[in-house]
Design a protein around this ligand. Structure first.
Ligand SMILES: NC(=O)c1ccc[n+]([C@@H]2O[C@H](COP(=O)([O-])OP(=O)(O)OC[C@H]3O[C@@H](n4cnc5c(N)ncnc54)[C@H](O)[C@@H]3O)[C@@H](O)[C@H]2O)c1
Ligand SMILES: O=C(O)[C@H](O)COP(=O)(O)O
Length: 392
């Protein structure tokens, strides 16, 4: 029986991918094989040594101690793209709420009283206070052209916006998906200096902290809008507030409000709602549950943020062994020597690496004994070894 610890509510559709006869799922288990979560902050948590995998039902992994897990040889999985459409739609909503003064206008409408004629009179005289502007022909800068950024860029272009994108690390696959109407900015400064609005879609990293800075906001067109549904910390809140005061910015749309941002009349704050649609919650949970299951049962790695992709169909007539180790020379040589000493024939082998980490899946003809597994664990640089007996 595999034990799964859930640290947030995970969509039932996802949990259903883990059959009850094999999986015990609980928000309170002391020795889990895997953890599934959304935004729960794991950094201060004591993570049991029994944990073999972490599955983030979402995109961002800044709430997970990924480096610590890598050193333990534990893969962290996420669900790339599974909530991207939900975020895209909320970005468009944020832009429209900002440009059409929708929130203050709705608050005004809620104050109206009287009979139909009186309400109508108040509507017609009040509406002049909420005149907005149109997105059409305005310039939007999209920073980060990953799963969300490309969707935002393409959708904004379809609405008639001029769209400029910036992502020095864009994948070839994403570049193919980008509308040819999207222009490429050669630098962040180049992007900011053309924009009426920007939307950030990068992970929170040291390199992206404070990316929307006082200096860059100053380059934007007057009355510009900043949309941040990515993470707090990517924008410098003090710089944003000062720019809202001066009128340089007209609105700040943020999915991660802080106390100083709350109740500012030009801050449009959502309570981290980007991925909160039934569809996105289901997509993320299903994707990550499948990945965690494949790893626990077969050692396969798909969509890990710290391990290489590694999928090997089951072969051999005996044990499967998986090994995570430092990516240094002669690891496979040392592993093979131990298996040869144990008189085990290798039926199939996959060895992949990613940065400083390597991962090997080996199918054997025959069953490996605990002593040979311990010899593998004893190789300098080996981080984790798992034995996955032949599936019944
Ligand atoms: N508000 C929400 O509910 C919500 C939902 C999903 C994702 N997010 C946030 O949005 C982020 C992006 O999500 P995604 O699914 O598009 O991820 P993604 O990995 O598909 O895309 C991120 C993109 O950012 C680019 N990038 C990285 N560093 C960069 C830099 N310094 N400058 C420019 N580009 C850079 C990468 O090349 C990549 O293309 C997540 O990391 C998460 O923090 C928020
Ligand atoms: O990174 C993400 O996927 C989002 O921030 C969604 O977080 P949530 O799953 O807690 O809504």
């Amino acid at each position: 029986m595999y034990k799964i610890l859930t640290l947030n509510n995970i969509s039932v559709k996802g949990l259903e991918r883990l059959p009850r006869e094999k999986y015990e799922i609980s928000s309170d288990t002391s020795s889990p094989d895997a953890v599934m979560l959304r935004s729960f902050k794991m950094h201060d948590m004591e993570i049991p040594e029994t944990v073999k995998a972490i599955g983030r039902a979402g995109a961002g992994v800044n709430n997970i101690p990924v480096d610590k897990m890598t050193k333990r040889g534990v893969p962290v999985f996420n669900a790339p793209g599974a909530n991207a459409n939900a975020v895209k739609e909320l970005v468009l909503a944020g832009l429209l709420i900002a440009t059409r003064n929708i929130y203050p206008a709705m608050k005004f409408a809620e104050t109206l009283e009287g009979n139909d004629a009186e309400v109508s009179t108040a509507v017609e005289s009040g509406k002049k206070n909420y005149v907005g502007s149109e997105l059409h022909s305005k310039t939007l800068g999209v920073i980060g052209l990953g799963a969300i950024g490309i969707r935002v860029a393409n959708a904004a272009s379809a609405l008639g916006m001029k769209v400029v994108g910036y992502d020095p690390l864009i994948s070839v696959e994403n570049a193919w998906k980008l509308s040819r109407n999207i222009q490429q900015a050669m630098s962040l400064d180049h992007l900011f200096s053309q924009c009426d609005a920007i939307s950030v879609h990068v992970p929170l990293l040291d390199a992206t902290k404070g990316l929307v800075s006082k200096e860059r906001i100053a380059m934007m067109n007057d009355g510009a809008i900043v949309v941040n549904l990515a993470r707090g910390g990517i924008c410098d809140d003090d710089a944003v507030l000062a720019a809202l005061e001066s009128g340089k910015l007209s609105s700040y749309v943020i999915d991660f409000p802080t106390s100083k941002l709350l109740r500012h009349p030009n801050v449009i704050a959502f309570p981290h709602l980007g991925a909160s649609t039934g569809e996105a919650e289901e997509n993320c949970a299903v994707m990550v549950a499948d990945q965690v299951r494949d790893f626990l049962e077969d050692g396969s790695i798909r969509n890990s943020v710290n391990f290489p992709e590694a999928v090997l169909p089951r072969g051999g007539s005996g044990s499967r062994v998986t090994i995570a180790n430092a990516n240094v020379p002669n690891m496979v040589g040392q592993i093979s020597a131990i298996l040869a000493k144990a008189n085990l024939n290798i039926a199939d082998l996959l060895n992949k690496s990613r940065g400083e980490l390597a991962y090997t899946i080996i199918d054997l003809d025959g069953t490996i004994e605990e002593s040979a597994l311990n010899d593998l664990r004893g190789i300098e640089g080996v981080l984790s070894v798992r034995h996955l007996p032949l599936k019944k």
